[in-house]
Design a protein around this ligand. Structure first.
Ligand code: FAD
Length: 387
């Protein structure tokens, strides 16, 4: 797929192994996802088999350290995964979350036993990851979560309900955010690594009927007196949950921004081709100055976004990406993504509203980028704290 922007590849990204990996992802997504996309959209979920195939192709958790069965890559490999997947509109396959959100929690905070046992199964696709923070009554305000994990013997009893969970229909490895001390706010919150195969008291709700990202199996999850061993606690002691979330969220937010850039590139490719083809008043609509100006604006916005995600990526790689800068990337790029995609729908006229045109799916899928991963309003609160 031709890149419609002229942003030079930055030095940190220009590496042979990353280029090879990027091409492998593109080939895999074109072969395995594109032909099934419509079927998966209708089903609300991708085939379970796709995870195993992705594992066999070496695409799952590419930055997992070699000692735990991974390829020993880093954010560069995650970056090209997000870029290729978003340019192809395969965001319904929740591998991006599995790869660069769930995996890092385990190698950063897991015990050696957890890392050696769990990570190889994430790399192969036997375990599919999810993170369950949000609840019916608490999303932005995570301090208000009601799910509890109470000491019971040499383990914990988990009770609560989670909602909007990406990969929720499939995941069998779920990081559950729960209160280990309900009398405390942030300090009373812990993360648990819950392996759900055959787990008594664990139940999935129905797949949620969404406006976009139709093939993503977003679901409700229920924990009714679920018992997990004490070793399921992520980290050495209780009460570390918020610190762990705060440390990992910048990468999640940057991931959303990278995906936004990928979608804008594809929107430009589709729309430039369309306006050169489509005629009105006896000439291709690209000849109208309005079309040229609108696309010039879109290209400018996408270019600025890509330059900024390059900047943030470099800082993530050298360990200096702070919460506030990652929040800028998430909020600004996802806002701009929605502006650009909406403008591209407009330039398609009525066809832009037809599901058979890729731009229509991009428009439906883009909206949630401003909501999940922390809403854009919450991003502004985080940025404001740095003023
Ligand atoms: C497709 C999809 C996938 C998701 N995947 C996951 C997942 O995998 N795991 C997970 O845990 N969650 C997931 N979520 C949940 C998502 O993170 C939450 O929806 C999001 O954090 C917002 O929470 P909420 O829906 O409860 O909205 P609320 O918190 O109720 O917010 C409603 C509105 O109030 C605004 N608001 C709230 N507080 C403030 C404030 N202090 N100042 C100004 N405005 C404020 C918000 O910005 C928003 O506009 C997903 C959601 C969707 C739609």
């Amino acid at each position: 797929m031709q890149d419609p922007l002229n942003v030079p590849k930055p030095a940190w990204l220009d590496r042979e192994d990353v280029n090879i990996f990027s091409e492998a992802i593109a080939g895999f997504l074109d072969k395995e996802c594109a032909p099934n996309a419509e079927r998966w959209e209708a089903a609300g979920i991708v085939d379970r088999e796709l995870w195993y195939k992705g594992g066999e192709a070496g695409l799952l958790v590419p930055s997992c350290p070699e000692e735990y069965g991974g390829a020993g890559g880093d954010w560069r490999h995650d970056y090209v995964f997000h870029m290729q997947a978003s340019m192809r509109g395969t965001g319904g396959w929740g591998a991006s979350l599995h790869n660069s959100i769930i995996g890092p929690y385990i190698w950063h905070y897991g015990s050696e036993e957890q890392k050696h046992r769990i990570l190889p199964q994430m790399v192969s696709g036997e375990l599919v990851g999810a993170i369950a923070m949000s609840e019916p009554g608490a999303g932005s305000d995570l301090q208000a979560i009601k799910t509890t994990a109470v000491k019971d013997g040499n383990g914990y009893r988990i009770n609560g309900a989670k909602t909007f969970i990406t990969n929720g229909g499939t995941a069998n490895l779920i990081i559950v955010v729960a209160k280990t001390d309900a009398s405390k706010g942030y300090d009373g919150t812990s993360l648990f690594l819950v392996e759900t195969d055959g787990l008594e008291g664990f139940r999935r709700g129905k797949l949620l009927d969404k406006v976009g990202l139709k093939s993503q199996d977003t679901a409700e999850l229920f924990f009714d007196n679920v018992w997990v061993p004490a070793s399921a606690l992520l980290g050495p002691e209780e009460g570390q949950g918020f610190i762990q979330l705060m440390q990992q969220l910048p990468q999640e937010r940057l991931q959303i921004a990278v995906q936004g850039v990928g979608v804008m590139k594809r929107a430009l490719i589709e729309t430039i081709a369309y306006v050169k083809e489509r005629e009105a008043f006896g000439r291709p609509i690209i000849k109208f100055q309005n079309t040229q100006f609108k696309l010039a604006e879109c290209k400018t916005k996408a270019t600025l976004a890509e330059v900024f995600v390059h900047h943030c990526s470099e800082r993530l790689l050298n360990g200096t990406l702070d919460v506030s800068t990652a929040s800028m990337a998430k909020y600004w790029v996802s806002d701009v993504q929605n502006e650009v995609v909406d403008e591209c729908v407009q330039l398609h006229g009525g066809y832009g509203f037809m599901n058979e045109y890729p731009i229509a799916k991009m428009w439906r899928d883009s909206r949630v980028q401003r909501i999940y991963g922390g809403t854009n309003e919450i991003m502004k609160l985080l940025i404001a704290r740095s003023l």
